[in-house]
Design a protein around this ligand. Structure first.
Ligand code: A3P
Length: 299
């Protein structure tokens, strides 16, 4: 069953149209815009749990932590299928949505949608959402390598080119700034736990505990230790159920970059030119001022 679904998802990915087109003013892959009505009309259920994020913010890491918490820390259960089968990706219609619709509750779902494009049924059902955010400099670098290795994404061109595209929000799922601020401001209206990638790196145990409390679970110290170990970068890097190693190189070309690439805070320093850093900091200040939200670019 899972092998069949994996195969179907891979086929869909292989047919992905990498043209970027706007959905309600937000740049998206053509393949998402083509099925937008289906995505937007998705029916959430009571008890659904969502991991939301801007791409490359630690989504896979967070969803693995959540899945393990929901499976009471069982490593065996967390290995039952590749992460993209266990946690359907909302924007990846139709197979992912078929999987979601046939899953027993409580379902764990993944999305990169900006908050204002979330299907309304999630708000109607008052669904719990864990939003993970990462500092934009590391996010940009990670997204650049992802564009290079993921053949379902458009060619990023040179680093210089991608830097300008990211800064102007002209990339898939739109502006990082709008995304993180939009979700931040929605916390007082919905059940959202806002988590920072940098906090997870700094103290994974503390952040796993926060997520567990938010989900209303109370696992033993032993289970927590297991989750922390199993979701560490070194464990996830070699775990085929989360490192996307099951995908063929025609989809994810791991000779260019691996999905579990570095998993650190501060890799941007190896990529940003001094002039780019100045430009970025100016833009960051303009966009983030007054948002009440701040990011750490080093620990
Ligand atoms: P890098 O490219 O900087 O290494 P997403 O899942 O949202 O696509 O995010 C992918 C990024 O999260 C990649 O960043 C990946 O290495 C990092 N990541 C995945 N699992 C991680 C973990 N357990 N610990 C730290 N970083 C992790």
């Amino acid at each position: 069953m899972d092998a069949h679904i994996t195969e179907k998802i891979m086929q869909e990915m292989g047919n992905c149209d990498t043209t970027i087109i706007e959905v309600e003013g937000v740049p998206m892959l053509q393949s998402i815009s083509d099925v937008w009505d289906t995505i937007y009309n998705f029916q959430a259920r009571d008890g659904d749990i969502v991991v939301a994020s801007y791409p490359k913010s630690g989504t896979t890491w967070t969803q693995e932590i959540l899945d393990m918490i929901l499976q009471d820390g069982s490593i065996e259960k967390s290995m039952r299928a590749p992460c993209f089968v266990r946690v359907p990706f909302l924007e990846m219609a139709y197979t992912s949505l078929e999987v979601a619709n046939s899953m027993p509750s409580p379902r764990l779902l993944k999305t990169h949608l900006p908050v204002h494009l979330m299907p309304p049924s999630f708000w109607e059902k008052n669904v719990k959402i864990v939003y993970v955010a990462r500092n934009p400099k590391d996010c940009m670098v990670s997204y650049y390598y992802f564009h290079k290795m993921d053949n379902t994404m458009p060619d990023p061109g040179t680093w210089e080119n991608f830097f300008s595209m990211f800064l102007s929000g002209n990339v898939s799922w739109g502006s990082w700034f709008d995304h993180v601020i939009g979700w931040w401001k929605s916390q007082d209206k919905h059940q959202i736990l806002y988590v920072f990638y940098e906090d997870m790196i700094e103290d994974p145990q503390r952040e796993i505990q926060r997520v567990m409390t938010f989900l209303g679970k109370d696992l033993s110290e032993e289970a927590l230790q297991k989750i922390q170990h199993h979701t560490s970068f070194s464990s996830m890097k070699v775990n085929p159920m989360v490192n996307y190693g099951v995908l063929p190189t025609s989809l994810f070309d791991t000779s260019i970059s691996t999905f579990m690439r570095k998993g650190t805070v501060g890799d941007w320093k190896n990529h940003f030119l001094v002039s780019q850093n100045i430009l970025f900091d100016e833009e960051y200040k303009k966009k983030m001022d007054g948002s009440g939200l701040s990011f750490r670019t080093e620990l």
